[in-house]
Design a protein around this ligand. Structure first.
Ligand code: GAL
Length: 629
């Protein structure tokens, strides 16, 4: 009797007990960043939003699609034709089926059940792919934030709930199985803008939804809650679209700590609020991806937002700025989504979108986002290692004045004693230099080169050259912080009203290529290193090994850390087997060598484990980290 009682209690407890969360430092032998869907290289195409706002219709979409074909931009890779906010009419009651605004999309008038199938069939017949837009909450951005928004959903409160919330399975089945879309952008306004005291909730226009994200407050965001909602969409896409290549584009503007988990859930993830056709705003958006090269890989890209080439500061009269915006987006592996009314395309703008050499930098199969090789408020040098070992180089003048810059062989990890050949990807001219090259940049100009030379490591790759193959599965960040280095610009919609822009996009202190966390120089016991991976202790990096035989690094605590903060042990794992362990290293000690044979290993894991007493968390450096043939 007694025993039966305890067995019963035990069973009841077991049923309710939550399994202990897996230790994030435990190697799994797996690559954990997202590889579902289809984005081996950054998606390219066109989207209606920057060109037409919510005033989108079938004629505009098809004209843009036709222009992609006629200009041969489609042949270059611009294949996705994406309908953004403004397409919906209402959610029919009581069955909840989404209805399309047929006054704007006449081919969708297929009877009581409207359908985008005729339109997607047409796009597919043109050799293109079709994308659609939704929101993770019950309501869309236009409904919540834009009073004079065109094409607002109509009807009762329930009919105007056009977002995915509570309808994920139903909507994804409709959009992918019935309507046959290939791409879905999922915005987040519905999970942000409808607290019970919002004016539009109090007036009875919309139902309240307790906000899960607060753009201004990471602490005030329900990170697990918002992640769960985006994961539900991932699961539904897997269920209804697994039979075809699809793209899942997260649009959470860098909020809700998405910088830490977006790569595990979607194929691309927005890192900032909306781009504007304004130079300063383009820089803001760029800055939100610059320090995040290690968080982007084939299958999961950083997204600083769509291109604004053709408009405002990037229009026909500002081709220098337009070229800079385009080239730098290509270098950081942003999705290249044109946001221009292609019916108005001019030869000069086409020459930008159609620059095959620059598109090739973006679409390089190695998928390495450019790494910051030189940084300042004025000039930045970005270097991107390509699959063949050559380098894409962009030298950006952020200022409205001419600037001088010096590019060195070291920026390229090439020998200063041999010629480096540079091909200018705008002018198509070539030159060589030895050691260093002085250049002058026009205001807002970006020089873009493809560089070939004698690599410093002839038969090996530095890990920081392989950012697309390194995933910070655990990056040691305990309290996510906003990145203070992001350029803060005057936004066109508020001008200089209010207190101004605050640092708000999270990610500061995460894993970095060729830098210590918090953008610091890598230096241990006074010795500086110019290559490596900087990360906080209590971290685990997953590394895809493409046939290399040996891994070696010089490891330790960065001089930017703190004394009396315990020790850190560095470990190399191969397919979940421990291969090598360093001795415990403390702040101020010289770095130590760690190496292991990795022949035949698929996933190498690099673990930096802090002793229990380590407070605060120390910057742990894998300096000179490299894979050798
Ligand atoms: C924003 C999003 C934009 C656009 C807009 C539509 O939240 O960042 O890219 O989709 O909503 O209302």
């Amino acid at each position: 009797m007694r025993r039966a009682y305890w067995t019963m209690i035990g069973a009841a407890l077991a049923a309710f007990s939550v399994p202990a969360a897996a230790d994030p430092l435990t190697p799994t032998g797996r690559w954990s960043a997202n590889t579902d869907g289809f984005a081996p290289v950054p998606p390219m195409g066109w989207n209606s939003w920057n060109a037409f706002n919510s005033d989108v219709d079938e004629e505009k979409v098809l004209a843009s699609a036709q222009a992609l074909i006629d200009t041969r931009l489609a042949a270059l890779g611009y294949r996705y034709v994406n309908i953004d906010d403004g397409w919906w009419l209402k959610r029919r009651q009581p069955d909840g089926r989404m209805l399309i605004r047929t006054s704007h999309f006449p081919s969708a008038a297929t009877g009581a059940d409207t359908s985008f199938r005729p339109l997607t069939d047409r796009l597919h017949a043109m050799g293109l792919k079709a994308g659609l837009y939704s929101d993770i909450g019950r309501n869309s951005c236009g409904q919540i934030y834009t009073p004079d928004f065109k094409n607002q959903p109509e009807g009762s409160v329930a009919e105007r709930e056009v977002g995915l919330y509570g309808h994920v399975d139903q909507d994804i089945a409709l959009y992918f199985k019935d309507w046959n879309f290939d791409y879905l952008k999922v915005d987040g306004c519905g999970a942000r803008g409808l607290p019970a005291d919002a004016a539009r909730v109090k007036s009875g226009l919309y139902r309240a939804l307790t906000p899960l994200v607060d753009m201004q407050s990471l602490g005030g965001s329900d990170v697990a809650g918002i992640r769960t909602l985006y994961e539900e969409v991932h699961v539904a896409l897997h269920k209804y679209a697994a039979d075809r290549p699809y793209v899942y584009s997260l649009c959470l503007w860098g909020a809700g700590d998405v910088r830490a988990w977006g790569k595990d859930v979607g194929n691309s993830s927005r890192t900032s609020d909306d781009i504007q056709p304004v130079w300063g705003r383009m820089l803001t958006n760029l800055d939100t991806v610059t320090h995040r090269a290690l968080y982007a890989h084939p299958g999961s890209w950083n997204d600083p937002d769509m291109l604004f080439v053709g408009t405002g500061d990037f229009d026909e009269a500002h081709l220098t700025e337009a070229r800079s915006h385009f080239a730098i987006w290509a270098m950081v592996n942003s999705p290249l989504i044109i946001g221009y009314d292609l019916r108005k395309l001019t030869p000069a703008l086409l020459a930008i979108f159609g620059n095959a050499d620059i598109v090739a930098l973006n679409q390089d199969p190695a998928g390495n986002q450019a790494v910051l090789a030189y940084d300042s408020e004025e000039v930045q040098i970005f270097v991107k290692t390509l699959a063949d070992g050559s380098k894409g180089v962009a030298i950006l003048n952020r200022t409205a004045l001419p600037a001088k810059a010096v590019l060195t062989a070291d920026h390229l990890k090439m020998l200063a004693t041999a010629d480096v050949a540079l091909r200018d990807l705008w002018s198509k001219t070539s030159q060589t230099f030895r050691g260093e090259l002085a250049v002058t940049l026009a205001p807002h100009e970006t020089l873009v080169f493809r560089a070939t030379g004698s690599r410093r490591l002839a038969n090996a790759r530095y890990l920081s050259e392989l950012t697309g193959s390194v995933n910070p599965a655990a990056d040691g960040v305990v309290v996510p912080e906003a990145d203070p280095t992001i350029y803060r610009s005057i936004t066109p919609w508020t001008k200089t009203r209010g207190p101004g822009d605050h640092p708000q996009y999270g990610g500061w202190g995460g894993a970095e290529a060729d830098r210590a966390p918090y953008g610091k120089v890598m230096r241990m016991a006074g010795k500086t290193f110019d290559t490596g991976i900087g990360v906080l202790a209590n971290s685990r990096l997953e590394v895809r090994n493409a046939g290399y035989a040996r891994f070696a690094a010089t490891v330790g605590i960065n001089d930017s850390g703190q004394p009396r903060s315990g020790t850190t042990v560095f470990e190399i794992w191969g397919d979940a087997r421990l291969l090598a362990t360093s001795r415990a290293v403390a702040f101020g000690e010289p770095a130590v060598l760690i190496e292991a044979k990795v022949t035949g290993v698929k996933i190498i894991e690099l673990v930096a484990r802090a002793s229990a007493t380590a407070r605060p968390v120390q910057p742990a450096i894998w300096a000179d980290a490299a894979l050798y043939r």
